[in-house]
Design a protein around this ligand. Structure first.
Ligand code: 6GU
Length: 310
């Protein structure tokens, strides 16, 4: 279905998720079925078709990890590889890696820089603060890491906002390459030549893309089948239903004068579900009203009406 377009000159469309409107390189197209980088033979699937379904389910069973192919490989390209060491060792991801579900590689972009000093950044043309990552080392690092099906993501505050839906889609891929941009930015030609998608983790500016990459990997990894114990637990998360999560309680039933809501102690599953849904809606309305689409707003009205007329 997706006809791969050979990028003419610098024009290379971001497949899948286009860059935010600022993009000058992306020709307008309603279709998300995308094309990838120019001049590279790629599989249909990699060419921006629907993300691959999770692979055959033989490895989800409990017990010692099957040491076959991991479900997801993630390669991170950075100027600061040390940042990732302890983070990934001490997280959910560390355990997933130990069980062979996810494989993570950290790569120093500077290794692809030239000259005795291995310079990987330079002052911006046109002036301004900060240093800009040079295109050569970044593109070479990407080309070495991405293989045949690697989906290349650049972390940048100028990217499209990360959402739970986006994280879920990315978790179904088999190989992600995450390039950590730095504060001053990355030469735009890197995106034109070798990046499939630019992602931001929120409307604030970080000193570098590394913390964003950690956030991204965490959000994606826990959605890979088998990483979080109970598959249902990720389905009930905040945002999966488009709502914030309902309040949770554990023992003791009374703490410093605050009691756990009686409905949770009574053991009536239907009542508990209803209560949770109402609480999730109430919280969302109070804290993040923009998350409520028309449909949920209607639900919310129904829920609060029921409350008023018992
Ligand atoms: Cl991905 N990078 C940087 N430097 N700042 C950010 C960001 C990314 N997302 C939000 N702020």
């Amino acid at each position: 279905m997706s006809t791969r377009r050979r990028a003419s000159g610098a024009g290379r469309r971001k497949a899948d998720k286009p860059k935010p409107p600022a993009s000058r390189t992306a020709p307008k197209s309603k279709k998300r079925s995308g094309q990838r980088r120019a001049g590279r033979a790629i599989s249909r699937r990699a060419a921006g078709g629907p993300a691959p379904k999770a692979r055959a389910d033989s490895s989800t069973s409990a017990g010692p990890a099957p040491k076959a192919r991991p479900r997801l490989r993630i390669d991170i390209l950075t100027l600061f590889p040390g940042i990732f060491e302890s983070v990934f060792k001490h997280s959910l991801l560390g355990k997933a890696a130990a069980r062979g579900l996810i494989e993570v590689g950290i790569h120093d972009i500077r290794e692809h820089a030239e000259g005795r000093h291995k310079v990987a950044d330079d002052a911006p043309y046109g002036g301004g603060d900060g240093m800009v990552m040079k295109p050569g080392p970044v593109v070479r690092a990407i080309e070495k890491a991405r293989g045949e099906v690697g989906w290349v993501i650049l972390t940048t505050p100028a990217g499209a906002l990360l959402t739970q839906a986006r994280a879920r889609a990315l978790s179904a891929r088999e190989h992600l390459v995450i390039v950590c941009g730095r504060y001053g930015g990355v030469d735009e030609r890197v995106s034109q030549i070798a990046v499939d998608e630019e992602i931001s983790i929120g409307d604030y500016v970080l000193g570098g893309g590394e913390p964003a990459a950690i956030v991204l990997v965490d959000a994606i990894a826990r959605l890979v089948p088998g990483v979080v114990g109970n598959a249902e637990s990720t389905i009930e998360d905040s945002f999966e239903a488009g709502l914030l999560e309902y309040p949770q309680y554990t023992r003791p039933a009374s703490f410093r004068g605050l009691d756990v809501p009686a409905v949770l102690l009574a053991g009536h599953h239907g009542d508990v579900s209803r209560w949770r849904r109402e609480e999730a809606l109430r919280r969302t309305r109070e804290r993040r009203p923009e998350l409520l689409d028309k449909e949920t707003a209607a639900d919310l009205r129904r829920a609060s009406k029921k409350k008023e007329t018992p």
